[in-house]
Design a protein around this ligand. Structure first.
Ligand code: ATP
Ligand code: MG
Length: 271
């Protein structure tokens, strides 16, 4: 069994981020170290202002304890961090670790804008953090912010991917996670042959937690030795299953994260 450190927010209600990553990576046979970067009573989409606890004073104690206990992790996934200070704390810990794989989803914006509460300092902190990554999973907005490229409708994907690649260590990959091509939604990345894309038909609506769940699935597959292309194909197929299942439930409350039942069953068929 491989151990994985997952650092992102724990939102008690809403079924996204750490709450989604835990079942996904457990189903993939990982021992998961679930490290909340911040505690929220709900996620931030549709429930009003959540009760929040900033864990910046707790994190150094955790890292100190883990160091004393001589704990080491083989893989890592970083999602929502939420403050410059917490980015730096994670970075200081991670440089001491010899992870075989570190995936970072630089969660900080969508639809062309930074999320509320973030500023240029946060973007700069994220640029530092991603230097440690083997794979980063920005959406189009986050890729533009990282690369200091204006967000426009007429997206120059090769240029944007190349600009993001320059921020990473040699051999690392940028995968943009919410790329639309024709009627498909999926992931785009750069190879020596040019821009690659894998996607699935876009289904109606917008669902909470798709990005977080996708990141957990991709990390789990890469950590189990699947190639980048195969990991992205499977991840998009499974997210399609999750969105289709959510749609079929005709939910009265659309705030809850995507349905995970079918996705988890698909993971278990991998063996
Ligand atoms: P987030 O906005 O949560 O940070 P993101 O912007 O990185 O995440 P999403 O737009 O949530 O990415 O999409 C992530 C993945 O989820 C897509 O690549 C796709 O596989 C799947 N997905 C999202 N929305 C849909 C949809 N409407 N229909 C089908 N698949 C979807
Ligand atoms: Mg998005």
């Amino acid at each position: 069994m491989s151990s994985i450190l997952v650092a992102e927010d724990l939102s008690a209600v809403g079924g996204i981020s750490l709450s989604a990553a835990l079942p996904v990576l457990t189903a993939m046979d990982y021992q998961v170290a679930a490290l909340p970067t911040t505690l929220l009573s709900t996620h931030t989409s549709g429930y009003g202002q959540p009760a929040v606890v900033d864990l910046a004073t707790w994190l150094p104690q955790v890292f100190k304890h883990w160091t004393t206990a001589q704990l080491a992790f083989q893989q890592g996934l970083i999602g929502y961090v939420g403050s410059v200070e917490r980015c730096q704390l994670l970075q200081d810990y991670l440089v001491t670790q010899k992870l075989a794989l570190l995936v970072i989803d630089p969660v900080m914006g969508d639809l062309g804008k930074l999320y509320t509460g973030f500023d240029d300092r946060y973007v700069a902190a994220m640029r530092q953090l991603v230097q440690l990554a083997d794979v980063i999973l920005p959406n189009v907005t986050e890729a533009c912010l990282l690369a200091s490229v204006p967000y426009t409708e007429a997206l120059n994907l090769p240029q944007l991917l190349a600009a993001c690649q320059k921020l990473l260590k040699p051999g690392a990959h940028v995968v943009i996670t919410d790329v639309t091509q024709n009627d498909q939604i999926g992931c785009a990345w750069l190879t020596p042959d040019g821009v690659q894309f894998v996607g699935e038909p876009r289904l109606a609506g917008h669902y909470n937690g798709t990005g977080d769940t996708l990141a957990a699935v991709i990390t789990g597959l890469l950590g189990r030795g699947f190639s980048l292309t195969r990991s992205l194909e499977l991840a998009n197929q499974w997210l399609h299953i999750a969105v289709a299942e959510t749609l079929s439930e005709h939910r009265s409350d659309g705030r809850q994260g995507v349905a995970l039942g079918g996705l988890l069953r698909a993971i278990l068929t991998l063996g």
